[in-house]
Design a protein around this ligand. Sequence first.
Ligand code: ADP
Length: 410
Amino acid sequence: MSASLTNTFDDKNSETSTLTNPTLVLNCGSSSIKYALISDDNATRITGLAENLGLDTARIKHTTLNGEKLEISIPGGNHKFALQKILELLEQYHFIAVGHRVVHGGREYSEAVRVDDHVLDEVKRLKVLAPLHNPAHALGIEAVQAIYPDIPQVVVFDTAFHQTMPPVAFRYPLPKNLYEEHKIRRYGFHGTSHAYVSERASDITDASGTHGWLTAHLGNGCSATAVYDGKSLDTSMGLTPLEGLMMGTRSGDVDPSLHIHLKRQLGMSLEDIDTMLNKESGLLGISGLSNDLRTVEQAAKEGHKDAQLAIEMFCYRVGKYLASLSCALPEFTGIVFTGGIGENSVSTRTRILEVMRHFGIKVDADKNANLVGGNEGSFHSSDSSLELWVIPTDEEGRIAQETREALHLV
Ligand code: ADP
């Protein structure tokens, strides 16, 4: 394997000094690695993405401190090779800690923890609950350990924020031993995003008292959470990230008897059904076109009936879930939209709120229309019963912050 640059690379410039005491945030997925080098005030960042790992088209897309974009091809490069290259690119900035996004922390972890042998073993063991993600996270931790054994590493779990849910929300109505012996329960995911946007909403609202938010993280993966007084009280994703809302390629909720029905009627294997529900359903399955809402929206505008239905179903299911999650909140201050869809699709936000027509919500259409492309703000009118916010998520910034806190660097 060799790396070749398709752009001139010179990141050694005078701006280096503005990236003080940076933390490296790594999100190692099954075929990609997202990274961000973040200064101690969260203000300055270098970001990048290694994608198509293991394939001929493997490459690193890197944005330097001064905004220059580079593409480095690493044909056939695997996780370890890509990480070595990423660490080489960032070495000159002398990062002081590494924070890893880890999808599943089981019920062991309710906050970020410093990596030691036990923690690494747990990340690996929890492969049973996150087979695509946790092994890749473990690889990332070990690769950094091998190159920089003295740099402290922290794991920030997607599930941790939801550990405050009460049993009434996290237990499934199943025989007790499945929970007690096999840890079958709702865990919830996207925790860093729900934590970040709900905290931010509480910081910027004018509402006094204790705040109750419904946070809708709508991206390729979608989930909604009820957050009261900074604590997750219920969420739509479950034992795995398949439960809940309709997503890009994931079905979200279906009848649990679907598996046995498809096995009996169509002779499908459990693996085939799992693949179908995770990779071939959602916006892609209904529209028959794409998992990307932009493509589906364009087709719907041109009269494509299945695309129109996909959007209608997506919005109906989000609205229905938000309405039901409101039952978890002692007080309901408002709704926060985030994720690629939540931050950008004005019409999706409008339709979702139309589904919730009994809540006395009043949208300011002009404000709503301006909240795109990373803008933050509210879009309820003054006579609305609930506040409405768009808050661009910052999972990397939150992971960097939690990493510094876990290492007592703040
Ligand atoms: P991920 O879950 O992979 O991080 P994102 O949060 O980036 O995903 O969200 C991806 C989704 O956001 C895609 O469905 C994409 O179509 C949608 N999206 C991004 N920009 C827009 C836009 N301007 N209008 C509508 N949808 C958008």
